[in-house]
Design a binder for this molecule. Structure first.
Ligand SMILES: NC(=O)c1ccc[n+]([C@@H]2O[C@H](COP(=O)([O-])OP(=O)(O)OC[C@H]3O[C@@H](n4cnc5c(N)ncnc54)[C@H](OP(=O)(O)O)[C@@H]3O)[C@@H](O)[C@H]2O)c1
Length: 299
């Protein structure tokens, strides 16, 4: 089975590539905007700007994929808030072209999305049937991308993930777990929001969910994240506990006190029942995920 992973230099894309490389049944191609950040054997790497229609067409012609996994995105909410055109290009327009080409080449599109499609006003975990209502520009573009996939693609899965964490490579952006660990190890104070709740996702669990979706033949949205609901402050305390670092350096603050420019959902935990029942998806707990992040042998 021929699989193309778009965004293969990114945090999630590289982990999916590495995990699928362990299986013999896949012929893998990684694709990203820049050169391969961590070249190794077992796959092709094709540098491609998926916002360029000609380059995207060439990628499909050169690989003739059965499955395309799109992990690329402009996913920094603060940046998207002030760069609407750039966000539209990658999160909406390129996704629409991808969806069209997937139909043309009769392949399945597995497209990653986010909990930020929701407004966070719920007090219960969101299910796949809840109606999105994004409150920032990033969330709006990701929801619009989802809608393009749903309306165009004949064969697709939309995978919503939440606060992805795990061990990142040099050159990749960090994540909350690593940020907290780095700050505390340097004896620096870290401010963390205590009134925003999420269901953080261990990056290896996304590979697990995505691999199950490769052979699952019903279209739809799937919430692929962790099963534990925590505030960002609670995540920070868990890291401090696990690494036995100084907890007094953690400063819990409210959203109002944090005074961020970009609004963020207060409560965007996702319900994973559908993935558990239909895909037999079994995520790590937050404690297991933190352990895996700091002990590579336990991945
Ligand atoms: N990280 C999270 O906490 C989180 C939470 C919720 C949802 N998500 C979603 O999960 C997905 C993966 O997120 P991530 O944080 O793992 O992503 P990431 O690390 O930011 O990686 C995204 C990759 O996309 C590539 N890319 C950007 N523009 C491109 C273009 N025009 N053509 C080809 N490749 C391009 C970049 O490649 P280069 O490095 O080569 O420039 C980058 O490595 C995204 O859809 C995101 O919205 C993430």
């Amino acid at each position: 089975m021929k699989i193309v992973i778009i965004g293969a230099n990114g945090f999630t894309g590289r982990r999916i590539l590495k995990d699928l490389l362990l299986k013999t049944e896949y012929t893998l191609t990684g694709c990203s905007l820049h050169q391969d950040i961590d070249p190794s054997s077992g796959y092709r790497f094709i540098k491609t700007d998926i916002c360029d229609r000609k380059q995207l067409m060439e990628l499909f012609e050169n690989t003739n994929p059965d499955i395309v996994i799109n992990t690329s995105a402009l996913s920094i909410p603060d940046y998207c808030e002030n760069h609407h055109n750039e966000a539209d290009k990658i999160n909406i327009d390129a996704v629409e072209h991808l969806a069209q080409l997937c139909n043309e080449f009769k392949c399945k599109l597995i497209h990653l999305s986010t909990d930020f499609v929701f407004d966070g006003k719920s007090t219960e975990l969101y299910t796949e049937t809840d109606i999105p209502n994004p409150i920032n520009y990033y969330g709006s573009t990701k929801w619009e991308g989802e809608k393009r996939v749903e309306s165009i693609c004949k064969n697709y899965a939309i995978v919503r993930v939440v606060v992805v964490y795990g061990k990142s490579l040099p050159g990749q952006h960090g994540n909350i777990i690593q940020l907290v660990a780095n700050k505390l190890r340097n004896n620096e104070v870290i401010k963390v929001v205590s009134d925003q709740w999420r269901t953080p996702t261990y990056v290896g669990d996304i590979s697990q969910g995505v691999e199950k979706l490769i052979s699952y033949h019903t279209n739809g949205i799937f919430h692929i994240c962790g099963k534990d609901l925590l505030s960002i402050a609670e995540i920070a305390y868990k890291v401090a506990d696990y690494l036995k670092l100084d907890k007094s350096l953690i400063q819990p603050v409210t959203t109002i006190e944090m005074n961020e420019i970009t609004p963020r959902p207060k409560y965007s935990g996702l319900n994973i029942k559908k993935a558990e029942v239909e895909l037999n998806y079994r995520p790590h707990s937050i404690d297991e995920g933190i352990k895996c992040t700091f002990n590579e042998s336990e991945l």
